[in-house]
Write a protein that binds this ligand. Structure first.
Ligand code: HEM
Length: 186
């Protein structure tokens, strides 16, 4: 894991994403705030309600076939039409982390269909996964998604599919934060 490349999610009163919803799903909630700044730069002076950190890391569970399919259809972040976003920090249980890699893959994909179902929502949803556990953070993952308003309902449907899955039985803390681009005048 490349710890020199830490991304900070800074909840405060500045940033290019304006918070529109802070929905606690499980575990301890996160305090509300106005705006989210996402940066790799250190800014010690910034006043923040909270800061969460993550690094992008190597793939753990995805097969070569799945990687090829994902590469062919997944969009990048920062599309002009993707004016909505979601940040969903997630923590999984000790029981999850005590499983072997092959058991976790079985739960994520064979029993839960995370990757297969998720692919049905591309290219509408752009995504990025950050790992936080090895940074000693309160969450194990920070998940980030960007989409156009017309894909919001589909995104919510995917979330409800995942939250009903076997994999989510191991999720012990989850907060669903939604944003819109801050420079829009509506
Ligand atoms: C938009 C469609 C989605 C696709 C195509 C997708 C695909 C994937 C893939 C391929 C992985 C495995 C990465 C690896 O091999 O290490 C993964 C992991 C993960 N995804 Fe998704 N995903 C999607 C949506 C979501 C959503 C809506 C959530 C909800 C927050 C989510 C949460 C996660 C988490 C927490 C992990 C890490 C699991 C772990 O390592 O235990 N994903 N996703």
């Amino acid at each position: 894991m490349d710890f020199s490349n830490v991304t900070c999610f800074i909840a405060g009163d500045q940033g290019c994403w304006k918070m529109i919803n802070n929905h606690n799903i499980s575990g301890v909630p996160l305090p509300s705030f106005d705006c989210l700044e996402i940066t790799q730069e250190k800014n010690e002076n910034l006043k923040a309600a909270w800061i969460l950190k993550g690094v992008s890391s190597n793939i753990r569970y995805t097969t070569k076939d799945e990687i090829d399919k994902l590469k062919a259809i997944q969009p990048g972040l920062g599309r002009p039409e993707a004016t909505l976003s979601a940040m969903i920090p997630i923590k999984k249980s000790e029981e999850w982390w005590n499983l072997a890699q092959d058991e976790r893959r079985r739960i994520i994909e064979d029993q839960s269909g995370h990757i297969k179902e998720g692919m049905n929502f591309l290219p509408g949803i752009a995504r990025k996964l950050y790992h936080s556990k090895d940074l000693g953070q309160p969450f194990d993952f920070i998940t980030w998604f960007e989409f156009a308003p017309e894909h919001e309902k589909a995104f919510d449907a995917l979330l409800s599919f995942l939250r009903n899955s076997e994999e989510w039985k191991y999720v012990i803390r989850e907060v669903d934060l939604r944003f819109r681009l801050n420079n829009l005048s509506f």
